[in-house]
Design a protein around this ligand. Structure first.
Ligand SMILES: [Cu+2]
Length: 119
């Protein structure tokens, strides 16, 4: 008796959760975000392009083309790659507008900036 009561209660809870999830999806509607990726090549101890302007929501990927390990870091911690070996890649999604200067901590003269603009 007690067991069957718990069981039916659980069923109702599951149904409510499912209904809530469904209605949230319906409210938002199918709106796939365009996923855009811009690549910054690291080559000859330089970020190329050194200055990059993207739309909010864009993924920026750094790709190390040098035979030297580099990394990509920013003072605000938004960008913080591990050491990138040759052909290693590191990507960050920039959701918010702003200017994001970054550099290579191993070669601090290597600098770059990502400008993120509104959609
Ligand atoms: Cu470097």
């Amino acid at each position: 008796m007690t067991y069957s009561r718990i069981s039916s209660g659980s069923m109702i809870l599951v149904s409510l959760l499912f209904a809530a999830t469904s209605s949230v999806q319906a409210d938002n509607g199918p709106r796939p975000e365009p996923v855009e990726t811009k690549t910054v090549q690291i080559s000859n101890f330089q970020f190329q392009p050194q200055e990059l302007t993207v739309t909010a929501g864009t993924t920026v990927a750094w790709l190390n083309r040098d035979q030297t390990i580099h990394n990509v870091v920013s003072k605000d911690g938004k960008v913080a790659s591990p050491g990138l070996d040759t052909d290693d890649r590191y990507a960050v999604v920039f959701e918010h507008e702003g200017d994001y200067p970054y550099f290579c901590a191993l070669h601090p003269q290597m600098t770059g900036v990502v400008h993120v603009r509104g959609r």
